[in-house]
Write a protein that binds this ligand. Sequence first.
Ligand code: PEP
Ligand code: MG
Length: 890
Amino acid sequence: ETAKHTYVYDFAEGNKDLKDLLGGKGANLAEMTNLGLPVPPGFTITTEACQAYLATGEQPAGLAEQIDTHLAALEATRGKRLGDPADPLLVSVRSGAKFSMPGMMETVLNVGLNDESVAGLSAQAGGNDRFAWDSYRRLIQMFGKTVCEVPGEEFEHALDEAKRAKGTGNDLDLDADDLRALVGTYKKIFSKHTGREFPQDPREQLDLAIRAVFDSWNADRAVLYRRQERIPADLGTAVNVVAMVFGNLGSDSGTGVAFTRDPATGAQGIYGDYLANAQGEDVVAGIRNTVPLQELERIDKRSYDELLRIMATLEGHYRDLCDIEFTIERGKLWMLQTRVGKRTAAAAFIIAAQLVDEGIIDLDEALHRVTGAQLAQLMFPRFDLGGAPEVLAKGVGASPGAAVGKAVFDSQRAVELAKQGEPVILVRRETNPDDLPGMIAAQGILTSRGGKTSHAAVVARGMGKTCVCGADSLEVDVRGGQFTVGGHTVREGDMISVDGTTGCVYRDKVQVQPSAVVRYFEGDVTPETTEDPLVAAVHRIMSHADAARRLRVRTNADTGPDAARARRFGAEGIGLCRTEHMFLGDRRELVERLILARTDEERQAALAALLPLQRADFVEIFREMDGLPVTVRLIDPPLHEFLPPLEELAVNVAVAQARGEDAAKDEALLAAVRRMHEQNPMLGLRGVRLGLVIPGLFAMQVRAIAEAAAERARDGGDPRPEIMVPLVGAVQELETVRAEAEKIIAEVRREQSVEILIGTMIEVPRAALTAGQIAEAAQFFSFGTNDLTQMGWGFSRDDVEGAFFWRYLELGIFGISPFESIDREGVGRLVRIAVDEGRAARPGLKVGVCGEHGGDPESVHFFHEVGLDYVSCSPFRVPVARLEAGRAAV
Ligand code: PEP
Ligand code: MG
């Protein structure tokens, strides 16, 4: 006989660490059982059984017998048989995957009831007919809805009808006869939709319910949820079969939920709800009003005290906030579920710090209890909900933030109003690439369709713009310039407020509150000057992250104020100062003159005009970053960004000529624009190529850097400049630039000796693949993962995200844009190769990253793993990178 595969585990055989196999619910039921807590007996069918079933469409060999064996054991423990007409054992069937998933079938209660055993159940309950028929109608309702996909409203409607006929709004007023009649109605609804009678065989009920749990793994909603939450598709779900205990046996019975701490604020205390004479789903369904858990003390003090004892046990055992479902059956408390509870971002920090104070966890573990994404959430401004603003609708919080503005229904109008200085919220059914200008102009975006991967969501997140999507209760009438919801009409120009974190849409303008966490990072509040427990908790955990991390964190900044802010946020230098940003605005003219220069003199004159401006920029930045490294990247603009658009210029010239005006300057410009026009500017004359082609340009920049450093040093400062060459693909490019730069630095150095490193970006795949050679000429590397991703995937970084990434996300080709989070296997492999070969050629080579990925939590872990020295990111993301670098290190 071949070795038998174990597909079924008794609760006593599992533990909390077996979530992969038993699912979260099953593992925790097992854990509680083994802690000696009052858990009704039962067993768990494993996720492996589910995977085998889903692969073949058949229950795997041996599963049926194993269920038989465990069911027999359960019957023996309870002293009853499943569905026995005289004294039935009833069970609940509950799904439970490794991660809790709202898209899946959840629970069927009272399995084992039928036309005969309903009488046995009544007898068991001391002749309580009402209870027995109520339990039976619940079975048909839940079984119909979740196992056989009968529309749930039909049952609810029939229940409402029965109450109306009785002249009551309370289901407790329905007596046994009413409920017996309702069972009849339910059965008709069932057979109308399924084409068969409600199954009377208890074992068939059980098997169908188990199959339905398996199948629900692949229900549309579950598939969608997994994709959005990036849960692997092949995990499968476990199934828990649990002996029923009854909360609907009378006023000495009931059901409730509890948290060991407030999941919103982290405060310790008794949080939860209780509902007497009810079964589990009544609490959630809001059929009757629950009472606060504290009231249970009055209703049933013994159970209450026991519950508190158990809550303390669970917190001590799980060392974290737990949430709990329980039932009281005639004064006897039963635990139906527990898990480490979900919480808000603020509560995550506060609870972690509290647990450290209480000596339950150490600071390393506290770091693992929070995430950079939670910290980022806490850094957005929030609405002040003190005045209880009116909620118009709720959609998916797709891109966080708090945006207030006038509702506008088309992109062009949004642009017009924004130009007049009006804040606007762009409201659409869904967005498409044509809406881009309006999305840019708007404070926030609101759609009535689509989820977290819709066009609106993807683009808004990319822009860091507040977005709520899929608010499906909105009737958006784009033509009519209005939307209606629940009897309200919001017209173009009416103020609305949208919360991209919670998904709430409010009428009118809601006050916005600055983030306490940002005020802390800014130094406006400290743990000493505020009572806010969040500030104290963030301070505590950030300090530990800083102490623990190996990665340094720098910032991308190209102005003094940005540098200063980043420094307050904890930046340890500048990893990328993009000098082309210094050539915009008023200076554009000078750059135009440089590009258009026909003679050496003209070019020299243009450069000479730029030099003092550049020098002043660097002096300011070196001052703000005194004592810290500042990596200045030599200019890297796609040329077209500096020249006027071809068509516009052509029109101007034509108009001027027609009017007989002097258009000589524009004509020269037009000729140059034509000459330099590129089909693919991103792959054209930019970066080091520009430096090699336009004589004197890089030299001017190098001189400005060296002179600025010398000036700072003369004034007693401690400048630490690093010169970085962009877009290098071959070592020869770097060598050429470096030779010229060193000459200039040596000249300046005669006056003042400041050490200046010269290094390169690695952002062309060829550079990564020849990193060994390039390292011979480079004193440091910095990965430009934006271009490395662009050129690694061949995705135009300016075009693809809005154009078609939503489709790639929908298809699961990737779970997140590779421009947002590093593609470990592809682009990440290029990074790994370059680090290894670069360091092999030049031991101790300093290596960092300055692409957008430097501030992305997932990517920070990757950069830690491959051994970079630092990450560099925008000022606002510096705290997130510090935290994640700490988390990666412990
Ligand atoms: C990069 O390519 O990752 C980079 C930092 O340079 P830029 O974004 O300026 O092209
Ligand atoms: Mg680049």
